[in-house]
Design a protein around this ligand. Structure first.
Ligand code: PEP
Length: 252
């Protein structure tokens, strides 16, 4: 069965509720939101999530949190739980984004617990993986990324594999304007799919969507999205501009 393309926008620590509403108005001038061919998922900051997910136009898109706590509730001042994200009418969550790994010291064992918590909270997690420039230049990048996949999924329930999405985001390409070449990205996506097929079955591996992230823009998206193992994009900077983000949809 063909894998449905996902185009996802990670707004990071940007956008107030009003800015998000303006973004929605501009974005919806480009596309009929009720007729989108791709799955379009936006990850706004938590402060805007409920307002935008429940907006009249916003509720025609899909929404997610950029992070969640590993526990379902409790004394964790400043943290956000999976059930709270669900409560905002959001169905998705990013787990293990490279900024969480590098700036907030998140490691694979914590990421694995968060993946589990996402499923237990009835959210669809996008597991983000990717090598640093150092790891690429030392030639170890294939092992590094396979290890992140295997460890990040260590406690992932088999019954939820149809809810799993992976994003390959080379750290050196995030926010830098540098993109992996379509061939390098395809090679890594194929390697991730082979890793998934060793972990599960070939049928499961070929059903899981694997997104590319790292300076995706309308100018480079067509050649990336044309690769057989790339099932869409996770977009940071370009997702803040509704016109640029809209231009990523419908690319064939
Ligand atoms: C990201 O943060 O997931 C990302 C890919 O950012 P950018 O598109 O800005 O490189």
């Amino acid at each position: 069965m063909a894998r449905k393309r996902i185009v996802a926008g990670n707004w990071k620590m940007n956008m107030t509720i009003e800015e998000g509403r303006n973004w929605l108005r501009s974005f919806s001038r480009h596309h009929d939101l009720a007729q989108l061919v791709e799955e379009v998922i936006i990850f706004p900051p938590f402060t805007a999530l409920a307002a935008l997910a429940n907006d009249e136009q916003g509720n025609l898109l899909q929404w997610g949190g950029q992070n969640l706590h590993e526990a379902g509730a409790g004394a964790y001042t400043g943290e956000i739980s999976g059930p709270m994200i669900r409560d905002c009418h959001a169905g998705w969550v990013l787990v293990g984004h490279s900024e969480r790994r590098t700036l907030f010291q998140e490691q694979d064992d914590l990421i694995s617990r968060k993946m589990r918590r996402a499923i237990d909270s009835d959210l669809q997690p996008i597991l983000c993986v990717g090598e640093t420039l150092e790891e690429r230049e030392s030639g170890q990048f294939m092992e590094v990324v396979a290890r992140q996949v295997v460890r990040g999924l260590a406690d992932f329930p088999q019954h939820a594999l149809d809810r799993l999405v992976i994003a390959y985001e080379p750290v050196w390409a995030i926010g830098t304007g540098k993109t992996a070449s379509p061939q390098d990205a395809q090679d890594m996506h194929q390697h991730i799919r082979e890793t998934l097929s060793r972990l599960y079955t070939q049928a499961v591996a070929s059903s899981i969507r694997i997104l590319y992230g790292g300076s995706v823009k309308p100018e480079n998206a067509a050649s990336l999205f044309a690769c057989p193992d790339i099932d869409g994009g996770l977009v940071g900077g370009a997702s803040l501009d509704p016109d640029q983000f809209a231009a990523l949809l419908g690319i064939r």
